[in-house]
Design a protein around this ligand. Sequence first.
Ligand code: ZN
Length: 233
Amino acid sequence: MEIFFMRSTSFETLIKSLNPHSLIDASISKKDYVPLDLSISNSDLLSYDLSSSEALEDYILSHLRKNNAKVAFGGYIERRGIYNRSKHFNRPNPEEERNIHLGLDIWIAAGTPIFAPLDGLVHSFNNNTNYGDYGPTIILQHSIENHKFYTLYGHLSVESISNLEVGLEVKRGDKFASLGTSKVNGDYSPHLHFQIIKDIQNQKGDYPGVCNQIDLEFYKNNCPDPQLLFKLN
Ligand SMILES: [Zn+2]
């Protein structure tokens, strides 16, 4: 007797097959997006004091001007030097230093409306106020084709979470948040941190967006590349 297995779609295959709404104004064309390299190997960054959100913003604005672009993006599994200013990330042992970025960053002005890429529910939200942390953060929960997963939105405005409720339904394309200023977003140049999370591990309103070398394999598996979904490049 032969046994046939119904193979369920892998999570990565599912993510690749979805048709998300843009995180920001969908009328901004993909050709107005430019990749941004914030890794320690980008020597252009050496002349900027990246402990300052103003210096980071100067660099990003000059990068946008140079490339005639409106939005800068990138950062998945990027090893960055911008976190060692904060004791929220740095550790005496280099292997334990949290400096590998696990999400997709979208660099655009504070106040920019953020749209839900997929149907979901508000799982949780919180204002994570450590220096260098996310500031206001929302996590949405999604259930698609037997896969349950989460998306995290960090560095939002305080207004984004002030009237929010857990369990609230959010439809694909709903404007559900806006970007925070450097005063509320952990002291960064304004940007959205977007991350896909398979197992939320009992976290609420927060989930590591940066990891160390020791935990990298675990987090790469639990937080797949958002570009599988958005295909910006
Ligand atoms: Zn980020």
